[in-house]
Design a binder for this molecule. Structure first.
Ligand code: ZN
Length: 337
């Protein structure tokens, strides 16, 4: 997809034209919405084509693309899910925009006609998971207090960034933190029981929802499968502890925040492996006195080659985590060292 490899073959003279052509092709590809979303007519706003995949009894996932936020995918990169209870529907995460939230609510209505949405859980405050909240009944939205606080404090800044990246896809989207703070470790919603566990590490508060009927654990972004984890708010030791807690949790299967449903728990191993490698690499780069750019150029091990967005997320993680790590190491070092 990327024109970069061909562009490097350009000769000095033909470079400009080749690049202009390639740029045009890339623009066309972006316009055509190559990827999971089809081309829309020139003037019409784009719409999400969401698909519900049944992953457990009366449980559906709407998979996100294993990509970065782009105008081609409309920001639909995180998993959302919904569960049919005897008396209604429970939704877990709402996607990146008002328009996505509306498409998700419509998908639920099509799949489960006449069923009311009784509860919408937000797993954490990241915008690819919660900016569809507006499309759902206000009284149904719920999250731990710390998630609500993070959404309230950071919503405007996160929205500005999403508008910059996604443009028209975001039209009308207003950050909408839930009004209901979860304070129980267990809720019965419409006749189905859910266990709620507050962990942390991907962010300062990551909600894990376990459906007691199926044993399916919704791990949010504590678990990634076949995509490199994102780290803008990561606390690596806390994240590791949460992965250990998830490993101990009784479960039949697990849905990561990004990636396919995971009965074997491979996402927990893969996420831990990535975090360990990331921290080791960052510590080594500090110890060797590498610049930020040199650290970013570190080769990514072959075992991570199949992970989506590995290079981009690694580079971002260097930016997010290295300064913090340097400070930590300096604080640990004997004085003068
Ligand atoms: Zn996240």
């Amino acid at each position: 997809m990327s024109p970069a490899p061909e562009a490097t073959e350009d000769t000095q003279e033909s470079g400009v034209n080749r690049r202009a052509l390639l740029g045009g092709a890339a623009a066309l590809a972006a316009f055509a919405g190559i990827g999971p979303l089809r081309a829309q007519s020139h003037a019409a706003p784009r719409s999400y084509r969401l698909e519900a995949v049944e992953i457990a009894a009366r449980t559906w996932c709407v998979y996100g693309a294993q990509e970065d936020l782009t105008r081609a995918n409309g920001g639909a990169i995180a998993n959302a899910a919904f569960i049919q209870t005897p008396d209604g529907v429970v939704v877990i995460d709402t996607g990146p925009s008002k328009r996505y939230g509306e498409a998700l609510a419509q998908l639920v209505a099509d799949r489960l006609p006449g069923k009311r949405i009784l509860r919408v859980y937000n797993t954490h405050h990241h915008p690819d998971h919660v900016f569809g909240n507006q499309a759902f009944p206000r009284e149904a939205l719920a999250a731990p207090q710390a998630v609500i606080e993070a959404m309230t404090a950071q919503g405007e800044a996160l929205a500005a960034n999403m508008y910059r990246i996604l443009g028209d896809w975001m039209r009308g989207t207003v950050p909408t933190p839930p009004g209901r703070a979860l304070n129980a470790s267990r809720e019965e919603i419409g006749g189905r029981v859910f266990t709620l566990t507050e962990l942390k590490g991907h962010t300062a508060c990551d909600l894990v929802v376990r459906d007691e009927e199926t044993g399916l654990v919704f791990a949010g972004d504590l678990a990634f499968l076949d995509r490199a984890p994102t780290t803008p708010n990561a606390d690596l030791p806390a994240w590791r502890a949460s992965l250990a807690a998830l490993r101990r949790m009784e479960r039949e299967s697990l849905l990561p925040g990004h990636g396919p449903v995971d009965p074997a728990g491979a996402s927990l191993e893969q996420t831990l492996d990535w975090l360990d490698w990331l921290e080791g690499t960052l510590r080594e780069s500090v110890a060797r006195g590498l610049t930020m750019n040199e650290a970013m150029a570190t080769p990514i091990p072959a075992r991570f080659a199949a992970l989506g967005v590995a290079r981009t997320e690694f580079e971002r993680s260097v930016v997010h985590l290295r300064t913090r790590l340097e400070e930590e190491i300096l604080a640990e070092a004997p004085s003068g060292g």
